[in-house]
Design a protein around this ligand. Structure first.
Ligand SMILES: [Zn+2]
Length: 308
C-alpha cells in the first residue's frame, strides 16, 4: 500500500494517479484497508463486486468508495480533485476559483464547487480546549463596507454595526490554537456560553473594554482589559495582538483573494482561515495529508452536501 507521504509535490501526485481506477483503489486502501465498512449501516466485511463496487451483506446496499466522501457523485476526474486539494493546502493565503480553474483545467463554476466542498473539510473541532492566556475579540465582516469612503460608513457604530456586517467571534490561545465562529450578535449572553465551551476554567482572558465582556469580571476566569479607547500602546502582556493578527489575515483572504463573501458562506472562510492558522507549523504535505484524510471521512455536518 502506497502512503500519502509519497505525494510531497504535485508532479508525483499527477503521475501516480493516472486514472480514476488508481484513485479509487487508493481511496479504498486509505479509507478501509482490507475491511470495507458499509457507509449506510456500518457493517464490516462488505464484499467486493466485479464492477469495482461493494455490497453490504447486512443492508444489501451496493456502494462505491466515493459514497460518504466529498467526491460522491462527481463527474470530475478524481486526479483533478486530488490536485485541487494539494493546491488549496499549499497556497498559504488561499486560492481563488479563477486561479484553481486555470490550474486544473475546469470551468470557474466547477472550481467554485470544488473549493466549497474542500472548504467543508476545514470544519473546526468542537472539542478543542484553549487555556492559559486566551485573547477574545470580535470582527465584523461585511461585503461592501470596506470599499465605502470613510465618511459614508455606518455612523455611530465604532465598526460594530450589524446592519451591514456579520459578527465573527474569535478566541486565540497565545502560542496555541484559535477557535472562531460567526455569531448572531455580540451580546454577553451570546459570547459567554461560547467562551465557557472552549476556554478552560481559570484561564486568563484578554479582551478590549467592550461591554459584551463585562460578565467576565465575576466569572471563573481572570479578566485583563486592554484599553484601546485610550490609544495606549501594548502594555506588557495586556494586548490582543494575536487575535487581531488573525482578523487581519482573515480580512486579507476575504477581500484580497475571494473579493466578496456572503454571510451564508462566511463560516466556511472562517474555518479555512482557522485551519491555516492552527496548522501553521505543519509542512504543505502534512496539511495535504490531513485534508485528504478528512475528505474520505464520513460527513460530520449535514450542510456539506447542499453546496453542490
Ligand atoms: Zn450496510
Amino acid at each position: 500500500m502506497i502512503g500519502l507521504e509519497k505525494f510531497d509535490n504535485l508532479i508525483s501526485l499527477i503521475t501516480y494517479f493516472k486514472d480514476n481506477a488508481t484513485c479509487k483503489q487508493f481511496l479504498k486502501e486509505q479509507r478501509w484497508g482490507d475491511d470495507v465498512v458499509c457507509p449506510y449501516c456500518g457493517h464490516h466485511h462488505c464484499y467486493s463486486r466485479s464492477n469495482g463496487q461493494f455490497r453490504c451483506p447486512n443492508c444489501l446496499n451496493n456502494f462505491s468508495v466515493l459514497v460518504g466522501t466529498i467526491f460522491e457523485n462527481t463527474k470530475i476526474a478524481l486526479v483533478k480533485w486530488f490536485s485541487a486539494m494539494y493546491l488549496i493546502s499549499s497556497h498559504k493565503k488561499g486560492i481563488s476559483s479563477h486561479q484553481l480553474a486555470r490550474d486544473i483545467n475546469v470551468t470557474q463554476k466547477t472550481a467554485w464547487h470544488i473549493l466549497h466542498k474542500v472548504r467543508s473539510l476545514y470544519s473546526q473541532d468542537d472539542s478543542l480546549e484553549l487555556s492559559e492566556d486566551v485573547e477574545c475579540d470580535e470582527a465584523y465582516i461585511g461585503g461592501n463596507e470596506k470599499n465605502k469612503h470613510e465618511s459614508k460608513k455606518t455612523e455611530g457604530t465604532q465598526g460594530r454595526s450589524l446592519k451591514t456586517k456579520t459578527p465573527v467571534f474569535g478566541m486565540a490561545q497565545r502560542n496555541g490554537n484559535i477557535v472562531a465562529m460567526k455569531t448572531q450578535d455580540t451580546k454577553g449572553r451570546t459570547l459567554m456560553p461560547i467562551i465557557r465551551q472552549f476556554v478552560k476554567e481559570g484561564s486568563r482572558i484578554y479582551t478590549d473594554e467592550y461591554i459584551g465582556y463585562n460578565s467576565l469580571v465575576e466569572s471563573e476566569y481572570s479578566h485583563a482589559v486592554v484599553n484601546h479607547g485610550a490609544k495606549q500602546f501594548v502594555d506588557g502582556d495586556k494586548h490582543t495582538n494575536t487575535i487581531e493578527g488573525f482578523w487581519a489575515q482573515l480580512k486579507r483572504a476575504i477581500f484580497g483573494i475571494y473579493h466578496f463573501v456572503s454571510a451564508k458562506y462566511l463560516q466556511r472562510y472562517v474555518d479555512e482561515a482557522v485551519f491555516r492558522y492552527n496548522s501553521r507549523e505543519q509542512s504543505e504535505s502534512e496539511r495535504f495529508r490531513m485534508m485528504f484524510k478528512r475528505s474520505i471521512g464520513i460527513f460530520r455536518y449535514a450542510d456539506v452536501k447542499n453546496v453542490g
